[in-house]
Design a protein around this ligand. Structure first.
Ligand SMILES: [Cu+2]
Length: 111
């Protein structure tokens, strides 16, 4: 689903702008409305991580979020922030989120 153009936007060394580290926990902010943004995030490996998914009057299917690798599935509130704790991820691993229909998605790459 991601194009080659997406993968060249940032080096694997740098964290994306939607990633912050506070007191040893990494937060990754994703917006869900008519799809997910950003589509591609570079995050740090080997640190406890919380995915924060924000909805704002989101009435489309991006509110129905699935993270297949974690067997996670939820219906996000139409507006609000949902925090999803992730186990610390190995360098080189990827995490994908999808709407339940599989038409929208996002990817986080850990390095
Ligand atoms: Cu969908």
């Amino acid at each position: 689903m991601l194009t080659n153009k997406d993968s060249s936007q940032a080096s694997v060394q740098e964290l994306s702008e939607n990633v912050s580290v506070i007191d040893g926990t990494q937060f990754i902010d994703i917006r869900a409305k008519g799809g997910y943004s950003p589509r591609l995030t570079y995050a740090g490996a080997n640190i406890p991580t919380v995915l924060r998914v924000e909805t704002t009057n989101t009435f489309d299917c991006s509110s129905s979020l699935v993270i297949p690798s974690m067997k996670y599935r939820t219906n996000l509130a139409a507006s609000g922030v949902t925090e999803i704790e992730l186990p610390s991820q190995k360098a080189g691993s990827k995490l994908n989120g999808l709407c339940s229909m599989g038409m929208y998605g996002f990817e986080v790459r850990f390095n």
